[in-house]
Design a binder for this molecule. Structure first.
Ligand code: CAA
Length: 262
């Protein structure tokens, strides 16, 4: 990559690449700039022969992320909405298909795109007190970065529907109960737990490790693209509706939305 990313910290040591989201004043919300930086970093790392395992963390005290930047989305039309969705989709797809296993350590708010990117990772570890939610329904849209496909596969269709239809918050312990995260650890031990797992995985042979990821992914590789494309189509059509504009404006103005079902 030509320039260092502004909103991400990168560290490579002992075969482990740690990528830390670093937009703390904005709750690590993903604007277009951060999305593009994130994708470019992942693209580089995926080709780096010295990296066997990737770790994702957040440098924001309150959140892994509050999701996609609603201020950037609110006024988009369907074409703009589609391009915004595609920016997130290519990141999730890269996390999912890059050769290296990806371990994500989350704390605080893990909202919208935060859940969606987590679900594209191989292993999820949460700090106690983490709060997971797909709140898109409350701003007049649906999960737009693969949540309808990957969350459903990880927690099962019934739990995913409940989360996506209600926007409800799921705490770390419930997230573990429904299989959304592998482990819950005290917040001060999160980084240690993630790095211990990363070191264990990095100590294995790369050939078998990468083949294990590819082989497990074959479980759904034949149909995931189709489901993701369907989601992007539905998401971008919603940007032609009154309710998407109203839902996002209402959030930014701190009031309840008044939907017209149009
Ligand atoms: N985009 C833009 N701004 C956001 C934001 C977001 N996703 N989340 C929070 N903010 C802003 C708020 O507008 C507020 O800005 P101001 O200080 O300028 O008013 C600031 O961050 C702090 O937010 P709150 O005042 O709401 O703080 P809080 O502590 O009461 O609540 C929160 C924090 C629980 C994270 C709350 O802000 C919240 O629920 N955010 C959720 C946003 C959301 O719906 N995210 C999903 C977006 S869609 C998506 O990610 C996926 C996709 O499919 C593409």
């Amino acid at each position: 990559m030509e320039e260092s990313p502004e909103n991400l910290l990168i560290d490579i040591e002992g075969g482990i690449c740690t990528i830390t989201l670093n937009r703390p004043k904005n709750l690590n919300v993903f604007n277009e700039k951060t999305l593009d930086e994130f994708y470019n970093v992942l693209e580089d790392v995926s080709k780096n022969a010295a990296v066997k395992v990737v770790v994702l963390l957040s440098a924001c005290e309150k959140a892994f992320t509050a999701g996609a930047d609603i201020k950037e989305m609110v006024d988009k039309d369907s074409d703009g909405g589609r391009k915004f969705a595609q920016r997130g989709h290519r990141i999730a797809r890269k996390l999912e298909t890059m050769p290296q296993p990806v371990i994500i350590g989350v704390h605080g708010y893990v909202l919208g795109g935060g859940v969606e990117f987590s679900c594209a990772c191989d292993i999820r570890i949460a700090a106690e007190g983490s709060i997971f939610s797909q709140p898109e329904i409350d701003i007049g849209v649906i999960p737009g970065w693969g949540g309808t496909q990957r969350l459903s596969r990880i927690v099962g269709i019934a739990k995913a529907k409940e989360m996506i239809y209600t926007g409800k918050r799921v705490d770390a312990n419930e997230a573990k109960d429904i299989g959304l995260v592998n482990h819950v650890v005290p917040k001060e031990k999160l980084q240690e737990a993630v790095m211990t797992m990363a070191k264990t995985i990095a100590s294995k042979g790369k050939l078998a490790l990468f083949d294990a990821k590819k082989s497990i992914n074959q479980l759904y590789e034949s149909f995931i693209e189709e489901g993701l494309k369907y989601e992007i189509d539905r998401w971008s059509e919603l940007f032609e509706t009154h309710d998407q504009k109203e839902g996002m404006k209402a959030f930014l103005e701190g009031r309840s939305p008044e939907y017209k079902d149009e």
